[in-house]
Each structure stands twice: as C-alpha cells, then as structure tokens.
Write a new protein. Structure first.
Lengths: 266, 155
C-alpha cells in the first residue's frame, strides 16, 4: 500500500465501496444524513436569518420612526378629541341648564333677571353667594333673590353690595337676615331669621296660634323687599318653651341656596 | 501531519460549500481532479474516496456509489499523460468535463446494478461550473500555496 502503487490503494477503496454498497446502508445513512443536516443547516439558517434581519435594519428603523410619528399624531388627535369631548359635555350641561332656566322663568310669571352663581366661598356657607350680574345689568341693593330647585320656587335671599359686574347675595340662612313671613295654614305672621345652618327659625309666632309641623311658610306683605306669598319653607319643629306668649318654629327652606347654579332677581 | 490537516480542512470546507450550494455540488469533484492532476493518483483516489464517502452521507441516493466513482476519477486524473498541460484552462475544462461525465456514468451503472433504479444523468446544470472550472483551479492553487510553499506536479 505504498504511495508508489496507487492501483493498490484504488483497489482497496473500490473494494470498501462495493462492500458498503452490498450491505445497503441507505436507511442508516438517511437517518445520519437527517441528523447531520440538522446540525449543519440549523446554525446556517440562524445565521442567514440574522444576516437578513441586519439587512432589514434600515427598513425596520424607518418603519419604527414612521410608527412613532403615527403614534404621536394619534396622541395629538386623541388629545384634541378629548378636549372636544369635554367642550361638548360642558355645552350639553349649559344647554340643559338654560333649558331648565327657561322652563322655570315661564313658571315664575314675573319679570326677573337670571344670574349665575360664580362663587360659593366655603367660609361664607349659609351666609352669602356671589353672582355674575351687577349694576350694569340694572341690579341694585335690596332686590329679592329667588331660586328654583326640584320644581319648587322659593326665596334665596336679597342683594347686597352690588358692584359693576358682580353682586353679593345675602342668603336667608345668614344670621343677619330677617324676612317677614306668614304661616299659610293659620295666617299667622312672624319673622324668619337665619341660623347659619341648613334650617331657618321663625320667631314671634303667637303662642295660641294653631300651627303644626308641615305648615307652609311664605313671605308676608309686611316686607319691603320680598313680594308677598313667595314660599320660604315648611315647619319641621315647634319650640314652645318658657312662659312667653310667643313660640319659635324651625323651618326647612325649600331652596338649598348652596346647591343652586342660577338665581332669579326681581 | 500538515498534509493531513490540509486535506481534512479542505474536505470540511468543500462539504460545507456543497451543502450551501447544493444545486451546484461540483466542488468535490473539481477538488479531486485538481489533487489528482497535481498530486498524483494516490492522493487523488484517497481524497476522492473520502469526499465520495462524506458526500454519500449527505447527497447520494445509494451510499457507497460516490466513493466508488470519485476514487476512480481521482485515480484517473492522476494517471493522465504528462504531455497534457494541467495549467492550460482549456485542458482543465476538458478534463473536468470528462471527469464529470465519467463519474456520473459510473454512478448510474452502480445504481442500476445495486438498486435497479437508474439515476438521472443531467449535464446541463454542470455546464456553467465546468466552464468556470479554471477559476476553481486557481482558487485551489492559492489555497494550497497558503499551506505549502510550492506545488510540484507529482504525476
């Protein structure tokens, strides 16, 4: 088997080849081939995939930038739509409010000015409100202020400190407020004063009057500011203490001033 | 040892290239003929046998047919008369062409003999590789010179 005798080595190779052919190793070789292809081709395909991915890097970056741009545009659009939505909601509320006010004004049958409550300072709860109308709108001090709440019309207070464009409303719940009133059921007069709570107090009610809980209290004709017969509230309790010839009654006002958005000024 | 490493590395690279370009699996036979032409019958048939064996694992329908035909091609290319100029591109193309034809013919005969199913003989796919075979010879020469100082014809 020397290098000088290639015929010998060729014969050996041919014999080996014939032996291999005789044994028909094809099924074994096929299994080995599948395994080897898996070993060789899998890393190659991975490398190929990586190379093609790198090749697509430019396109991917471009797509990413475009997507980012699109996202920004959509965000802006979304912001604008949200803004429009808020605006629409506000307009819807405004529309509802104006429709309600129109309805109330028809019911009142009085010549009134509608004003919007622009401030309800917490420290002034049950004391005063600020409205957006003033002397320029023809308002002046000591004008009666009414409200409409859940289908009921009633007294809110009176105007004080009328400025050019804004005015202060002294509510009937304020301690310094005194409104001449009448209990409708027995035509007894008294004075409704504020307690700076959610209730009012009616004083100077004759002790022998036949008042009872649930009686309606309205403004009396003794008032220079309020027209007579405007509802104030209903009696919720009667206080008959002492030996005085008068009793006191607690009144729940019809109009909770601090839940209103608008008032009517006569 | 260096020669063994050279042949081992070359065979690995050739098999890898044949897997990558399986449509043109001619690198093996080109290398066998190149080795046969420059290094003689012994080296030619040895390289042919091993390349045939490994290619058989990856590509052959009948395992053992390629090692048989490639051994003969390697031997025959080393037995070509010395008057044939192996540096001549036309001679290279002719030798490669006949080498491929003979190898495929032997394969078909063996497959008929051992399996009864004749293989497909198609030279069309091999025309372009055969025409550019001088380029492969140049590459093989450079590859050899990368390992060894000189390439003496031992035919």
């Amino acid at each position: 088997m020397s290098k000088k005798n290639p015929i010998v080595i060729l014969s050996l190779y041919l014999v080996i080849s014939i032996i291999i052919l005789s044994f028909n190793l094809n099924p074994t070789v096929k299994a080995m081939r599948d395994f080897l292809f898996y070993i060789v081709v899998t890393p190659y395909s991975k490398v190929n995939y990586t190379v093609s991915s790198v090749g697509n890097l430019g396109a991917n970056i471009k797509e990413m930038v475009n997507s980012h741009q699109e996202v920004l545009e959509l965000k802006n659009q979304n912001q604008k739509l949200l803004h429009d939505l808020v605006k629409l909601k506000t307009l819807e509320i405004e529309n509802k409010r104006l429709t309600e006010l129109l309805g109330y004004k028809r019911n009142i049958n009085r010549k009134t000015v509608i004003a919007r409550i622009i401030a309800k300072p917490p420290q002034q709860y049950y004391k005063s409100l600020l409205i957006d109308k003033g002397s320029e709108d023809g308002l002046s001090d000591n004008r009666a202020v009414f409200g409409f709440y859940k289908g009921k019309f009633g007294v809110v207070g009176q105007l004080t400190n009328v400025e050019k464009n804004v005015s202060m409303v002294l509510t009937i719940t304020n301690r310094i407020s005194k409104v001449p009133a009448r209990i409708v059921s027995c035509a007894v007069d008294g004075i409704v004063i504020g307690k700076e709570t959610s209730e009012l107090e009616m004083i100077w009610i004759p002790a022998d009057s036949e008042i009872k809980i649930g009686d309606e209290v309205v403004t009396s004709s003794a008032s220079d500011i309020f027209p007579s017969g405007i509802p104030i509230g209903i009696i919720v309790s009667i206080n008959r203490t002492g030996h005085l010839p008068f009793v006191k009654a607690s009144i729940k006002p019809h109009i909770p001033a601090f839940q209103l958005t608008d008032v009517f000024i006569e | 040892m260096k020669k063994f490493l050279f042949y081992f590395t070359s065979i690995v690279i050739i098999i890898f290239l044949e897997i990558l370009f399986s449509k043109f699996s001619v690198f093996g036979i080109f290398f066998i003929i190149f080795i046969g032409l420059y290094r003689g019958s012994y080296s030619g048939c040895t390289v042919g046998f091993f390349i045939g064996l490994i290619e058989g694992v990856f590509f052959a329908t009948t395992f053992g047919a390629l090692s048989f035909s490639y051994s003969i091609i390697g031997y025959l290319s080393g037995r070509l008369p010395k008057r044939i100029d192996e540096e001549n591109p036309l001679a290279q193309i002719s030798i490669i062409f006949f080498g491929v034809v003979i190898s495929d013919s032997i394969n078909i005969i063996i497959e008929v003999l051992f399996t009864g199913i004749p293989g497909i003989f198609s030279i069309i796919w091999l025309i372009i590789p055969v025409i550019i075979s001088p380029v492969f010879f140049l590459i093989f020469k450079k590859w050899w010179m990368l390992w060894f100082n000189r390439l003496d014809v031992e035919r």
